[in-house]
Design a protein around this ligand. Sequence first.
Ligand SMILES: [Zn+2]
Ligand SMILES: [Zn+2]
Length: 428
Amino acid sequence: MDYLLANGRVLDPSQNRDEVAHLVIRGGRIAEITPILPSDPSLKRIDCDGLWVAPGLVDIHVHLREPGQSYKETLQTGGAAALAGGFTTICCMPNTEPPLDSPTLVREIRQRAERETPCRVYVVAALTQGMAGEQLCDYHALKQAGAIACSDDAFPVQNAEVMRRAMLACAAYGLPVVTHCEDKSLSAGGSMHRGVVSSLLGLQGIPASSETVQIARNALLAWETGCQLHLQHLSTAVGVALVRFFKAQGVRLTCEVCPHHLLLTDSACEGYDTNAKMNPPLRTESDRRALSEGLIEGVIDCIATDHAPHAPFEKERTFPDAPFGIVGLETAFGCIGLWNHQQGTPLSPLEWIRLMSTAPAQILNLTAGTLQVGAPADVVVLDPHARWIVNPDEFRSKGRNTPFRGWELIGKVRYTFVGGECVYSAAG
Ligand SMILES: [Zn+2]
Ligand SMILES: [Zn+2]
């Protein structure tokens, strides 16, 4: 089926395009963006008055839990959650069972994803064997198998020399290194940010330094090795300042922030709600403000969700025993809409789409994030003003672990197209 998305506000950061126009999808590709309404009766017309027509969103930080933990999420349910959230391209993390540290596993997940979800799934492979932080992986073979970057995410390499050698090797093969910055000797035993709130709650804390020490170390090693480094889920004000400093020195460095770190602080842990437990943890109001400023200023390069589904029985444990992580794919766009509204709309529509589509695609060199004529029609139709209440029972994800239950978010996905196929429609 070919489509006419009529009269929407077409936003394409890859071409600095922001205009009311008609977008035509033919043969699975973007055929035309035109100010003159096409009269071809074979096109299925979708009226987009008052809506945004943008490149499909891109999330470079998602946990799909396969292989090994399909009770938490599957490629199919995670893919469906992504499409409902407007994401047409996602990158899955390797902390599965077993970890994605071999070319066989990387190939298997890519092939399975192609069969099991219409969402485009790229694989981030492990940085060390078994994510144990000791032996390097065969990066050449991983890249041949289709891995687009390497990361040990939640099991960050603690030994600086191992990280240095991993970066050298990844740089040689042109693979970006993606890091969750956490010095485990500082964070051990902690379940929330270390500060006034953790003291009041009697919970062991994770200090800001556990993140900042590793941001500095990894940036210094990237500087020395020339490796392309992407920092995951920044959570601290000092982290933002460090990124600003290293970028000014010309280090090949990018970073992301998650919607929850922009909207919430450690006070969300009061009441011991395990849906406020994630890693890195929710920090203080001054951290939250610094992250917001970093995003507006451009020090922070993109938005990612760190979508981390868990089964209800796992999150029903006590705060210290519950696993870290929350789902994010289906609330991300509305969360950023709410945040932008609260901030007094510092992000223009084009900038908002850039941060959630074009920029993350560029960071990991993905073919996505554009409405260029001839490109695959990965397109999302968004209602930026729609207010809606989060009901986790309606999620496509198997995960219900969100701190935003009952929140009113601003901005809703209306249609999602992948390769010209309508793969999600809010109407049903
Ligand atoms: Zn992480
Ligand atoms: Zn993660």
